[in-house]
Design a protein around this ligand. Structure first.
Ligand code: GSH
Length: 235
């Protein structure tokens, strides 16, 4: 792949790592976003975004000639298209549909409920419901979300598995003070240890142990970010 590819993130860059895709990253400071980010990269002001192609410029001076691609799941599909031999999307149409269904389920049932819980807006009941839904999709004894290879379905859910692991081990939302019920992160962790969620937790373990996640998931950074962000929002 000869075209330049720059990923603007604070989120993890799993699919790129799994595809061994050469790229640059630029960590956008979401608490203090540079002006050029919205005007030149993503008018919505959200990460992740990639720029692709165009001249080889510095990430903080993006070219109007590169393509700008936003939305995590769109970016994941784009990377799978760029690297068709990576296995990020299987060749078989049924498996491809299963990958996309899993991504849709993860986005609908896990992402929102994880954020809502960490932000203190909801109890963890919806997370548990989402996990039950996802668990049904997992094959007994399988290592991956779909089939026998790492796909963008795994890349889609893994950031949330890492957050989930963090909140159950650190009770992280507590830092946001006064809204996140102290101890609920730990309590969720206890619930997930039960036999009911054994298949899901085995999958979580497989995913969080992958080198791609370990390399790109900077727990300290995310904890500090969450703490700062949350404490700023508390009146
Ligand atoms: N649906 C979008 C959501 C992206 C999103 O919510 N990004 C957050 C960080 S994870 C963001 O950039 N928020 C802007 C801000 O915090 O100012 C996607 O999946 O890419």
């Amino acid at each position: 792949m000869s075209e330049q590819l720059t990923l603007y993130l604070y989120k993890i860059e799993l699919a790129l790592a799994e595809a061994n895709a050469p790229h640059r990253t630029y960590e956008v400071d979401l608490l203090n976003k540079p002006g050029w980010f919205a005007s030149k990269v993503n008018p919505v002001g959200e990460v992740p975004v990639v720029t692709y192609g165009g001249p080889n410029v510095e990430p903080d001076d993006p070219s109007p000639l590169s393509a700008k691609i936003a939305e995590s799941n769109v970016i994941l599909e784009f990377l799978a298209d760029l690297y068709p031999d990576s296995g990020l999307l299987p060749k078989d149409p049924v498996l491809r549909a299963k990958v996309r269904f899993f991504m849709d389920a993860s986005t609908k049932h896990i992402e929102g409920s994880c954020y809502a819980f960490i932000l203190g807006k909801e109890s963890y009941d919806n997370i548990l419901k989402g996990i039950e839904f996802i668990q049904e999709l997992l094959e007994e004894g399988g290592d991956f979300a779909v089939g026998d290879h790492y796909t963008i379905a795994d890349a889609c859910i893994s950031p949330f598995l890492a957050r989930l692991k963090m909140v159950t081990e650190t009770d992280l939302g507590r830092a946001r003070a006064r809204r996140f019920p102290v101890g609920m992160g730990y309590k969720l962790g206890e619930e997930l240890k039960g036999p009911k969620f054994a298949k899901f937790m085995k999958y979580v373990q497989q995913m969080v142990n992958r080198p791609s996640l370990k390399q790109s998931n900077d727990e300290e950074f995310v904890i500090t970010f969450f703490k700062t962000r949350f404490s700023e929002r508390v009146q």
